[in-house]
Design a protein around this ligand. Structure first.
Ligand SMILES: [Zn+2]
Length: 82
């Protein structure tokens, strides 16, 4: 997958392996110095952003799992659909 193929949201953030803004982990070259994306944001806002992102990431995971289940179900019912 080339960077151009990645969804636009996945490209947000910095090149740190633990970047808080990225929805997908950095692949390939990355730094370990710590995410600096939110360093200038006031602490309460930063906490709110991190909390919201965690909720969204959990939701994405949930939806991905639901899609996988749908996919499995679809494969099983192929014979029915003919
Ligand atoms: Zn970052």
């Amino acid at each position: 997958m080339t960077p151009q193929d990645e969804p636009i949201l996945a490209q947000q953030g910095c090149s740190d392996g633990g970047c808080r803004l990225r929805l997908t982990p950095v692949t390939g070259m990355h730094t370990n110095a710590g995410c600096r994306c939110l360093q200038d944001v006031p602490t309460p806002t930063r906490i709110a952003i991190i909390r919201k992102l965690a909720q969204l990431k959990a939701k994405i995971k949930q939806l991905e799992n639901a899609l996988k289940e749908d996919d499995n179900r679809g494969r099983h019912s192929d014979s029915i659909r003919g």
